[in-house]
Design a protein around this ligand. Sequence first.
Ligand code: KIV
Length: 312
Amino acid sequence: MSATDATPRRLTVADIAKRYADGQRLPMLTAYDYPTAQIIDEAGIPLILVGDSLGQVLLGYESTVRVTMTEMLHHTMAVVRGSRRALVVGDMPFLTYASIAEALDNAGRFLREGGAQAVKVEGGARSARIIEAVVKAGIPVMGHIGWTPQAQHGLGGKVKVIGKDRTQARALLADALAVQEAGAFAIVLELVPAQLAEAITERLRIPTIGIGAGPGCSGQVQVITDLLGLGDFVPRHARPYADLRGTIAEAARRYATDVEAGAFPGAAETVRMDDAILDEALGRGVNDRAGAGQSGADRDIPVGGIPLDRDL
Ligand code: KIV
């Protein structure tokens, strides 16, 4: 293996475009921390999204609206440190791209401070002007239309599929085209009827990444806690590929049982030192060791102020 192979090159938006042009489907996962990023990067996931979903699935907020730039940058830096090959996309939080000036500033922070290679912006036609300015500044943008969680208060609060009626379907197609024309390199379609998502995908030159949008998209994204079975519920569109909640609970129960029974730590998890050195340090004789003298042997009672370990 050459030095170049040992340090894999990070994927760029051009690599993603090439995979899309070659007809490869694109798997994307969210990640919020160093070890998860490391594992999914080594597993070959080409796109990692540091989603603002971290507000709900990691920080316990009731919605993504409370997530701040400081929180996003903190987690983005960890994901970037953990990954070597995947293209890392930082999710612009609520109200951090309300104006072009704010969008440029915050998108720039994702690249400069967070180390991400791209940002994601929610909204179709309404965000096109912002997307265009950020792309023109040299920052790759992933769009996000359909159910856009940051707009949930405007969309009626309740999570729902977007695009089922004719007006919504047309608006969604217009949104997708607006995001593409603004220069986005890819677009997330969230909670969109499968046939509409497929029709949008066929009409775009950029890849669509679906979540709850059926199999006709160019790629798929899942929230990592859904994929791993870590959340307290499984959304209908998700497929848990593991039961980590069960695995963690079982490990915690077994650990508690072992600690309570004095079975952890055992010899394998314990470091010992030379008893003679400890005797010297404590100023005691062999017979003063814990458990010694139980047979009634004479003891060396040390002089000095160091307490015997059985007295501690
Ligand atoms: O924040 C997030 O995880 C997302 C995905 C659901 C696309 O935006």
